[in-house]
Design a protein around this ligand. Sequence first.
Ligand code: GRF
Length: 215
Amino acid sequence: MKRIVILISGRGSNLQALLDARLPASIALVLSNRPDAGGLDIARRAGIPVQVLDHKVFASRGVFDAALECAIEAAAPDLVVLAGFMRVLGAGLVDRFARRLINIHPSLLPLFPGLHTHRRALDAGVKVHGCTVHFVNADVDHGPIIVQAAVPVLDGDDEASLAQRVLVQEHRVYPAAVRWFLQDRLRLDSGRVRLLGREASTGTDNALVVPENLH
Ligand code: GRF
């Protein structure tokens, strides 16, 4: 069975969605850079080994990254899943786990990389917003896109209501993307991801799936 390591920093709702999906994999470790991350309790309740590496106690980013690399490596993962992990990973670490390191970002990349995506989407007046699961490369929030889900931006939306609408979709697409990885259905080709084994008859780009269309 393939092994997954999940990195978190916060409440862990994506972690919960991944657990609820009953993926055919062993979650070998949940690692947080924050000792107070709510997701740690979710993992503990599920009987998953947890580890905290508090970035604040490390002398430098490089030393933190080295410790992180060691901890992840010790769990021997086939896949490393960033689920609300709020530290930028160093280039060495990204390189080490290349092609087996994925992230979820709460915008339709390449729009709104970085922080405060929902506020920025509202400020920009976009009518469609969403989330993206992508392979991580050295260019933060710019790696090859695995799947996206779009939601409408409604007239009365504020940051919280829009975030909530996107989050519902995050909880759908992240387990789907991880499952595809486990099934060996993701092919990286010239910076693009192809999803193997979908109905050719849908005629859609396999890398982009609207919410209704996930299977
Ligand atoms: C999610 O919106 C994720 O896209 C972003 O951080 C948030 C984490 O939420 N990177 P949770 O901890 O999974 O509930």
